[in-house]
Ligand binder design. Structure first.
Ligand code: PGA
Length: 368
């Protein structure tokens, strides 16, 4: 039934559940009616007055609702999609004002969440520095960052440097991490180091699933998952690296790759344990290449990681996790990267080997 050009000025006390009204003109008042589950599609409702109606679960699609007013209506679960809303009010409040308020509030919440997450700047020294060099670097660094409070500073160093690094940083604000650990507790695994061995030394963090381990040492998401579980069981804080290859980005499958890594690397890990983990987004094409992801690219993927975690663990858990960016982060580009809403610090390779550069990055994160 089309009600075009009919002079209906009031619909009152009707019960029209699941009604479907399409391409119609209903610029009249509707009072004390039940329109539960109804659908209004491309319908003129300009200036219409809805009073004390039950509009639960109703849908308004591509309607002109400008100047319409809804008073004392039950709108639970109602959806308004692609409609004109100028001058529309709900219980006397402008819908545009409500939307602005929501948007601003939402923005503030996001900022608050970033503020409540502690930024972590971790150096990944890779296969660099002898023990005397490690001591000299940390001695220089600790003086430069002694006043830093709001950023967690971590140096992930080769196994041979762990003892030296722990001694050099004792009583300072620099935490020490390893660059890998094995998933078995002990046994016939020549050349490997277990999570328990690291924990016993006083090591706090461990980098896992770094792309160099995946690329050169045949590590898979399955072994990263096992290592992450072993590290958590030993009381270490894993920094789990994920990131796409250049050709994967070029094939436009970055999100699929990252979602797969997140799902597999954290498979079977409960929310309470996940909260102890740090995730480092490291696009493989940006590591050691001098090619940094733009701040927007970094933000886009870090936000995607958070959204993926929100689906798996809920928004509260996702908001609590520190997500770093890594890949040619340096003293010049750090400030812009860490200013992004979902980038909570960085995993730094080359630039962590120079105390002054690393300090600049840490100070950028303090202000980020
Ligand atoms: P890069 O390394 O900063 O030298 O690119 C980062 C990393 O491998 O973690």
């Amino acid at each position: 039934m089309n009600i075009i050009n009919e002079k209906i000025s009031l619909i009152s006390e009707c019960s029209s559940e699941d009604l479907r009204i399409e391409r119609s003109r209903l610029c009249c008042d509707i009072e004390e009616s039940t329109l539960e589950g109804s659908a209004f599609i491309r319908t003129q409702l300009k200036g219409a007055g809805f009073v004390e109606n039950d509009i639960r679960g109703a849908g308004f699609l591509q309607c002109d609702l400008s100047g319409a007013s809804l008073e004392k209506c039950d709108l639970t679960g109602a959806a308004i999609v692609n409609c004109r809303l100028d001058g529309m009010t709900i219980d006397g409040v402008s819908v545009h004002e409500m939307m602005d308020f929501y948007k601003n509030n939402h923005k503030e919440n996001k900022t608050m969440n970033k503020a409540t997450r502690k930024a972590i700047i971790a150096g990944n020294w890779k296969m660099n520095k002898t023990r005397p060099e490690a001591k000299a670097l940390l001695d220089e660094l600790k003086g430069m960052v002694a006043d830093v409070k709001s950023v967690e500073i971590v140096a992930c160093v080769p196994f041979t440097n762990l003892e030296t690094a722990l001694a050099a940083t004792e009583g300072t604000n620099i935490r020490i991490g390893a660059e890998n650990c094995h998933f078995e507790k002990s046994g016939a695994f020549t050349g490997e180091i277990s999570a328990d061995m690291l924990a016993e030394m006083g090591v706090e963090y461990v980098v896992l699933g770094h792309s160099e381990r995946r690329q050169y040492f045949a590590e898979t998401d399955e072994t990263v998952n096992k290592r992450t579980k072993a590290a958590l069981a030993a009381g270490l804080k894993p920094i789990v690296c994920v990131g796409e290859l250049l050709w994967e980005r070029e094939c436009n499958i970055t999100e699929e790759v990252i979602a797969r890594q997140i799902k597999l690397d954290f498979f079977g890990i409960e929310a309470d344990d996940l909260k102890k983990c740090v995730i480092a987004y490291e696009p493989v094409w940006a590591i050691g290449t001098g090619k940094t992801a733009t701040a927007d690219q970094a933000e886009e993927v870090c936000a995607f990681i958070r959204a993926t975690l929100a689906k798996l663990y809920g928004a509260d858990v996702a908001e609590a996790i520190t997500i770093q960016y890594g890949g040619s982060m340096n003293a010049a580009n750090a400030a812009e990267l860490v200013s992004k809403k979902n980038v909570d610090g960085g995993l730094i390779g080359g630039a962590s080997l120079k105390a002054a550069d690393f300090t600049t990055i840490i100070k950028a994160a303090e202000n980020g």
